[in-house]
Design a protein around this ligand. Structure first.
Ligand code: CTP
Ligand code: MG
Length: 230
């Protein structure tokens, strides 16, 4: 079974205030840290990075200098995250049957998470890494609590999110015809009734969304370099 990793890195970083994927973390652009882990992974056969169209050529040059033996393609992303993922799938190897989508903005993914999310697809249409909620979750409308959700059933979704490629393509096609936008690809698969396994994730696999997350990422990067990460 061949696995294509798709790294969406074509966002505008509205909540962060700039295109965070190119901001330097420990001297390298953020997305490099993420890409490196997929380059090193034993479970990934090729990697496709989606970046803003203005950055395709420069990213391609940068990636050439680091890719060791594994094919890496760079494509222009789209308006929505799901469009960036679709553009990535469109250039994937026709032999790959599984896709492993991972946010460029989660630079502390591990080989274990990549392996477990891929393995979980053996008995499901897809698998999503997530962490069980520690807090009680309130469902609200207009600033008022409507309902307290059963915490035992609440998971906070992360990536990697891995799917059988033909099924993800079906879900993306369905989303297009039904005009659906998902905050992740799993939501589009769920809308079609596909089975998605949950795989327990890791709190260090957080997404850099705001400047506070950047400070946390700098701390984790330093601790990793010192070998003292928790
Ligand atoms: N992404 C993408 N294409 C888009 C939108 C997002 O490839 N059209 C990527 C981002 O680059 C990021 C990942 O999807 O690696 C997760 O998205 P998010 O954290 O929301 O990043 P941004 O969309 O850039 O941030 P914001 O929503 O604050 O604008
Ligand atoms: Mg976004």
């Amino acid at each position: 079974m061949k696995v294509s990793a798709i790294i969406p890195a074509a966002g505008s970083g509205e909540r962060f205030g700039e295109e965070k994927q190119f901001k330097l973390l420990s001297g390298r652009p953020l997305f490099f840290h993420t890409l490196k882990l997929f380059l090193q992974s034993d479970y990934i056969d090729e990697i496709i990075v989606a970046v803003p169209s203005a950055n395709v050529d420069s990213t391609h040059r940068d990636v050439l200098s680091m890719s060791a033996g594994k094919p890496v393609k760079v494509v222009a992303g789209g308006t929505r995250r799901q469009d960036s993922v679709k553009n990535g799938i469109d250039v994937s190897d026709s032999d790959s049957t599984l896709v492993c989508v991972h946010d460029a903005a989660r630079p502390f993914v591990t080989e274990d998470l990549i392996q477990r999310s891929i393995s979980a697809c053996e008995f499901a249409d897809g698998a999503v890494v997530g962490i069980p909620s520690k807090d009680t979750v309130k469902f609200s409308e207009n600033g008022l609590v409507k309902e307290t959700l059963d915490r035992e059933k609440i998971w906070l979704a992360q990536t990697p999110q891995c799917f059988h490629k033909n099924k993800l393509l079906q879900a993306l096609y369905y989303a297009k015809t039904e005009n659906l936008t998902g905050t992740d690809e799993s939501a589009l698969m769920e809308a079609m009734g596909f089975s998605i396994k949950l795989v327990e994730g890791d709190s260090n696999n957080f997404k850099i969304t705001t400047k506070d997350d950047w400070i946390r990422a700098e701390i984790v990067a330093v601790r990793q370099a010192q070998g003292t990460v928790l």
